[in-house]
Ligand binder design. Structure first.
Ligand code: BTN
Length: 325
């Protein structure tokens, strides 16, 4: 199935009844028959799209389902690579596992694995990640930036900036970033990022960015134990969001910011990241496996560590910890 034609159809049909898209014109452009275009229209209808026709003029979109199928996402893409190849899976244990195999088998830069449901979603520090069917965005983006393994952890911060930007594009919310990888709204977790690496000692082969975004859940959709710490866009703004459009916005921004990072280094990303960070200048509690202490967060370092000032004035850079404000 050619998702390019379906995404092109969706894009053009979205202008509505005023500007229907002509089957003949599309057939000519793609060197296909009008019947072939009509078959794509029927397939879209089977996927839940409501499509109207204006006699002798063509097709237009009446309503679309909240689908994450490739064509649904790709109609909103402005990227060169990111999202141009999408593997959509209705349900799987974790998109990270699929992405690792795909990356080993030579998946191109920017290939995305999307699941409508994960049955064993993975969070940081081996925690589970609740991934209910049809409610959120559960995806793994395979990236192949020219970076050293030491530069890889900053990709989490790059991804966080891209995600915040995408949320700002589609809502009136003002998300904040909690170091290193949580995106919060009013202190509750909306999104998590899990960054995993395939590398030689001196060279990154692939960085797999696992992104989990809570989009259309109601509170009861979350397991009871996380109801007081988790949230979704729907809960925060009382309105659902089309997951396909949000997915594409994340991928568009991600490609832009990853290129910025590779070309200009971490400094511009650091500035953006700090402008969204909720902890800078604040007193924080830092918990690691070894100990737990309080300090004042100062910013992030060039290599993505959180810099905190201890009460005796010493500055410490933190690689991995849980932070509480
Ligand atoms: C965290 O905050 O702990 C990170 C959560 C990452 C969840 C995403 S959902 C898509 C991808 N597949 C997984 O199993 N995990 C990541």
């Amino acid at each position: 199935m050619n998702t390019n034609i379906k995404s092109e159809l969706l894009k053009r049909m979205s202008a509505g009844i005023e500007q229907p898209v002509s089957g003949q014109q599309l057939a000519d452009e793609y060197g296909l028959s009008r019947t072939a275009i009509w078959k794509y229209v029927k397939e879209l209808e089977q996927e839940g799209y409501e499509i109207g026709t204006v006699r002798k003029k063509g097709y237009y979109l009446i309503d679309s389902p909240d689908s994450l199928m490739p064509a649904a996402v790709q109609q909103y893409l402005q990227s060169q690579n990111y999202g141009q190849k999408i593997e959509y899976i209705e349900a799987c244990p974790s998109t990270q596992l699929v992405a690792h195999v795909e990356a080993q088998n030579g998946a191109p830069d920017g290939m995305v694995i999307i699941a409508n449901e994960q049955t064993a979603g993975k969070g940081r520090l081996s925690r589970p990640w609740s991934s209910a069917a049809g409610k959120g965005i559960w995806m793994s983006v395979i990236t192949r930036p020219k970076l050293t393994p030491q530069q890889a952890p900053q990709m989490t911060l790059v991804a966080a900036v891209a995600i915040v930007r995408a949320i700002e594009d589609l809502t009136n919310l003002t998300p904040t970033i909690k170091w290193p990888n949580d995106i919060l709204v009013k202190g509750r977790k909306l999104t998590g990022i899990l960054t995993e690496l395939q590398a030689d000692p001196d060279r990154v082969k692939a960085i797999i960015l696992g992104i989990g975004m809570n989009v259309n859940q109601e509170l009861e959709d979350f397991p009871e134990e996380i109801r007081d710490i988790a949230t979704s866009l729907y809960i925060e703004q009382g309105q659902s969001v089309k997951r396909a459009e949000l997915t594409a916005k994340v991928l568009n921004h991600l490609e832009t910011y990853v290129s910025l990072y590779v070309e200009k280094g971490f400094a511009p990303i650091k500035l953006l990241w700090e402008s969204y960070a909720d902890s800078i200048g604040k007193r924080v509690k830092i918990s690691t496996l070894q100990d737990s202490y309080e300090a004042t967060a100062r910013g992030i370092s060039e290599d993505g560590r959180l810099e905190v000032v201890l009460d005796d004035g010493t500055v410490r850079g933190i690689y991995s910890a849980d932070i509480h404000i």
